[in-house]
Each structure stands twice: as structure tokens, then as C-alpha cells.
Design a protein. Sequence first.
Length: 94
Amino acid sequence: MAAVGDAVLAELNAVRTDPKAYAAHLKPRLELFEGNLFKAPGKTPLMTQEGPDAVTEAIAALESGSPLPKLERISPGLCTAAGAKYASISLRST
């Protein structure tokens, strides 16, 4: 579970400390959608509810955002929730 928490913290910090760079990181992912189906190379396709519109909205918000301080730690409850969400997504995509 600690590895999931570390991964979540790393992503949160990437978004917080440089939102514009994270927006640039997301842009190529728009090309991986076929309708609402997200097809990352080498991964099991994932059917989303929102599709590319949600990614486009996130990119716009990040491009207009200002950097925030890095988080040093996250709560055990957030780690548990992230792990549970990851497990549920993994189960649905198989």
C-alpha cells in the first residue's frame, strides 16, 4: 500500500508544483481516446464516462493555474482510498 501512496503523492506534487508542465504531459493523451475509450499503448483499454472532454477541461484548468507548494506527506486514509480505487479500476479493466 505504501507504494500506491508514494505514487499518489508524486503525482499530486507534479500537478501542484508545475501545473503548466503537467498540462503539457496530459495533451498527448487526448489522441489515445476513441470516443470515451482510452487506449494507452501496451495497456488494457479503459472505458471512461467523461472521455476526452474531462482531460481537455483539466488541461485548461492546469494551464491557468499557479504553482502550489509541494506536499510532504499524505494521510493514511488517502493512501487507503487510493489503493481501493486502484484495485477497483484494475478489476473492471480486466
